[in-house]
Design a protein around this ligand. Structure first.
Ligand SMILES: [Zn+2]
Length: 333
C-alpha cells in the first residue's frame, strides 16, 4: 500500500474524512489541472494525459461545489493578486492543450453545473489534427515491432520494448522531457527512423477558434499554453519571449479579448525556471501556472508560479487529498 493509499484508508476508517470535511477550509486556492477528460483506454495516443472519465470529472466537480467556490478569470486573478482577501479555500479547474475533448466533454459538464473553467490553448494546434510529440511518442512506441529503441539525443539511452509497453512509453517520454533535451525534433526523428511503424490519419483533434469563442461567451476563461507547446526551460530567453508574445497575439486575435494567463508546457520543475517567470512578468502576464502539485496559500502565493495538482483517479483518494490540502494546507507525502 502506498503512502497516499494509507492516508486515505486511515482517514476513511477513522471517520476522519467526514469529520474533516465538516471543518471550515483554510485560506488558499486549490488549482486542479486536466489535459483530456474522456476514455483513456480507447485512445491510440498518450493515455496518461487522460486525467478522468467524463463521469469521474463530473463527480469531482460536484464534490468541489459542495465545499468551495469555483473560480476563474477576473475572480481568480483578484484572489491571486490579493485584491480579494483569501478567507477560505477556493478551487480553480484548468485544462491544458485545447484538445477537442475540452469542447465536447468538459465544457458541457462545466456549463451544466454552473462552473467556469480555464482553458490554455496552443495556437499552433487550434483547429488542427496535429499529433503532438507526447502523442506521437506514445503511438510509435506502443505500435513498434522492435524489441528495443536506442537514442543518441540528448544523451545515449536504450529503452527496452519487451516488457510492459505502457511503461516503455513513459520511459521514452521521460527521456524527451529531460531539461538537457534542447532538440526535441531530432529526438523524434531518431524514434521515427527506428520505430518500424508510422502515424495514422486522424480527424480534427483540437478545438477551433469558433469553439473557443463559444466557451468564452458561456463564461469560460482562456489562456496561453505558448505558441508551439515548446518546453520553455529548454529554450534560450529570446525564444521563450517569442512563444509568450506570439501565442498571446494569436489567441487575442482568435477570441477577441485580452489574454493575461499562461500555463507552462509540461509544468514540472525544469520545464520553466526563474528566467521564464521574469520574462512572463515583464510581458504583462498576471497568472502563470506550473504543474507539480501543492496548494496556493497566502504565505505561498506566487503569481508567476501558481501551483496546480492532478486529481486522483480514485475518488476516495481524491477526497482525501482535497480534504488534507484545504483543511491542513499540505499532504503528508
Ligand atoms: Zn500541455
Amino acid at each position: 500500500m502506498s503512502k497516499r493509499e494509507l492516508a486515505a484508508t486511515v482517514l476513511k476508517n477513522s471517520g476522519a474524512l467526514a469529520l474533516f470535511e465538516s471543518l471550515r477550509s483554510k485560506p488558499g486556492i486549490l488549482i486542479v489541472n486536466h489535459h483530456r477528460v474522456g476514455d483513456a483506454a480507447s485512445s491510440r495516443f498518450d493515455r496518461d494525459v487522460f486525467s478522468a472519465s467524463a463521469e469521474a470529472f463530473e463527480s469531482q466537480l460536484r464534490y468541489f461545489k459542495r465545499y468551495f467556490p469555483i473560480v476563474a478569470g477576473d475572480e481568480l486573478e483578484e484572489l491571486v493578486s490579493g485584491k480579494t482577501p483569501l478567507k477560505r479555500t477556493y478551487v480553480a479547474v484548468t485544462f491544458d492543450d485545447g484538445y477537442i475533448n475540452d469542447y465536447r466533454v468538459s465544457f458541457p459538464i462545466l456549463k451544466a453545473n454552473g462552473c467556469a473553467g480555464t482553458f490554455f490553448l496552443v495556437p499552433q494546434y487550434v483547429g488542427t489534427s496535429t499529433i503532438p510529440w507526447w502523442d506521437e511518442i506514445a503511438y510509435l512506441v506502443r505500435n513498434s515491432p522492435r524489441t528495443q529503441l536506442v537514442f543518441e539525443t540528448p544523451v545515449p539511452a536504450a529503452i527496452r520494448l519487451d516488457g510492459n509497453r505502457e511503461d516503455a512509453i513513459r520511459n521514452v517520454l521521460r527521456h524527451y522531457k529531460r531539461p538537457d533535451n534542447t532538440d526535441g525534433e531530432r529526438l523524434l526523428q531518431e524514434l521515427r527512423d527506428q520505430a518500424g511503424c508510422t502515424l495514422p490519419e486522424t480527424g480534427r483533434r483540437f478545438i477551433t477558434w469558433e469553439e473557443a469563442r463559444e466557451m468564452k461567451a458561456a463564461g469560460m476563461s482562456i489562456g496561453s499554453h505558448t505558441q508551439t507547446h515548446g518546453i520553455l526551460g529548454q529554450m534560450p530567453p529570446e525564444n521563450q519571449a517569442w512563444e509568450l508574445t506570439e501565442s498571446r497575439k494569436n489567441i487575442e486575435a482568435g477570441i477577441g479579448t485580452p489574454i493575461r494567463s499562461l500555463a507552462y508546457p509540461v509544468g514540472i520543475r525544469g520545464a520553466f525556471d526563474e528566467k521564464t517567470e521574469d520574462i512572463a512578468q515583464s510581458l504583462g502576464y498576471t497568472m502563470c501556472f506550473s504543474f507539480y502539485g501543492g496548494i496556493n496559500t497566502p504565505d505561498h502565493m506566487q503569481p508567476m508560479n501558481l501551483l496546480r495538482m492532478a486529481t486522483n483517479r480514485d475518488f476516495l483518494l481524491f477526497r482525501a487529498e482535497t480534504v488534507l490540502l484545504s483543511r491542513f494546507g499540505k499532504l503528508p507525502y
